[in-house]
Write a protein that binds this ligand. Structure first.
Ligand code: GLA
Length: 404
């Protein structure tokens, strides 16, 4: 009897201390989010079109299963009777449950946005003080993913604020991925793991390859600026708790080379893959980036290790990621705005990943090289790589041991 009581007590204690639903993001989340392309200009018709296209283009089958509505879906005021958040009736005349139902009927998962502060970044109703009520509301409309931002949060403690919302989600009882969007201001990688499934490590991304975009009062980061910041944090990322260098800008105006390089590095970093473009206007080339199953396999690899930059010389970079079955992903990235000739003698390289104690020893082992963008095996590591890498472009390989 005593043993049963002890077991029950420990079960209660475990349940009470558990802060998030486990098992929701054993690999980095994938999907589409409205912000990068539409900002607050979203409505039911557009969102339904995105849901339709995620299915008809094959994106859903490739793994992009979360459709997330970012800022702009709600009004500034809450319902005066219930205190609930209210969907903007001009944009969503049938309410948010109808939107969620549509998304679910397509076999997709439904994501939504709010903010830890009193208002969202666009000045609409924030969650501060209404965490439990909002979590119940999200559960009632079928939300599967909550992105939680950090505007108008002056004076509050980030870890406490996100923990409160995490507990509220748990209490509401519907499993939801909880995405901590506090831009890395308070080092969420140090405390985010028990709280949510991913945490932004950087300022907002912008569709330039390197550097910044100046909005006047603040600066958004180019794609590689975010990559540099995120790269340093690899030891914190892993199953159920991912570093998030922000959503993809693929298809939003950069060159094809830049889009490919951006996607390659996100996959090497095991970053969440949230598309952020208008799927109604997607080109075949952009679609082929998103649908590249070998690139996605690097991102979603079950070992779940965030890769790293192994080498940097004359603006050429070599990034690597250990994969399952002793395979590796290797990326040659040209950060210059002009083409560069690049040689890499695989055989003289022994790449140590000291974090996970894995070694890519190409001196004693010959690997087959599969070129992920060209979609073909292009030789082995016995012969040095020598090629011109175009401006802001990347070669992306999967290395597997050659059968003896
Ligand atoms: C912040 C976030 C963005 C987006 C906007 C919405 O800037 O970092 O990703 O959600 O707010 O207003």
């Amino acid at each position: 009897m005593k043993r049963i009581l002890v077991a029950i007590a420990s079960l209660i204690a475990t349940t009470a201390s558990a802060q998030k639903f486990e098992g929701l993001a054993t690999t980095p989340p994938m999907g589409w989010n409205s912000w990068n392309i539409f900002w607050t200009d979203i409505n039911e018709e557009k969102i339904k079109a995105m849901a339709d296209l995620m299915v008809s283009t094959g994106l859903k089958d490739a793994g992009y299963n979360y459709l997330v509505l970012d800022d702009g879906w709600m009004l500034k005021d809450r319902d005066s009777v219930t205190g609930d958040l209210v969907a903007d009736p001009k944009k969503f005349p049938n309410g948010m449950k109808a939107v969620g139902d549509y998304i679910h009927a397509k076999g997709l998962k439904f994501g939504i946005y709010n903010c830890a502060g009193t208002l969202t970044c666009q000045g609409l109703a924030g969650t501060r003080g209404n965490e439990y009520q909002d979590a119940r509301y999200y559960a009632s409309i079928g939300v599967d993913y909550l992105k939680f931002d950090w505007c108008h949060s002056e004076g509050i403690n980030a870890k406490d604020a996100y923990t409160t919302m995490s507990k509220a989600i748990q209490k509401a009882g519907r499993p939801m991925i909880f995405s901590l969007c506090e831009w890395g201001n308070n080092k969420p990688w140090e405390w985010g793991k028990p709280v949510g499934q991913l945490w932004r490590t950087t300022e907002d991304i912008y569709q330039v390859f390197d550097g910044y975009h100046d909005y006047g009062t603040w600066k958004a980061n180019g794609v590689m600026t975010n990559a540099d910041l995120n790269e340093k944090l690899r030891s914190y990322s892993g199953p159920g708790g991912w570093n998030d260098p922000d959503m993809l800008e693929v298809g939003n105006g950069m060159t094809m080379n830049e889009d490919r390089a951006h996607f390659s590095i996100w996959c090497i970093m095991a970053a969440p893959l949230m598309m952020g473009n208008d799927l109604r206007k997607i080109s075949n080339e952009t679609l082929s980036v998103f649908l590249n199953k070998d690139a996605i396999a690097v991102d979603q690899d079950p070992l779940a290790i965030q890769g790293f930059r192994y080498m940097q010389k004359d603006s050429m970079e070599v990034w690597v990621k250990p994969l399952t079955n002793d395979e590796w992903a290797v990326c040659f990235l040209n950060r210059k705005t002009s083409p560069q000739n690049f040689q890499f003698n695989w055989k003289t390289q022994t790449i140590e990943d000291t974090l996970v104690h894995k070694t890519l020893d190409m001196n004693s082992t010959v690997y087959n090289l599969y070129d992920i963008w060209q979609k073909k095996t292009t030789g082995t590591t016995a012969k040095p790589f020598s090629a011109t890498v175009q401006a802001h472009d990347a070669y992306f390989f999967r290395l597997s041991k050659k059968a003896k």
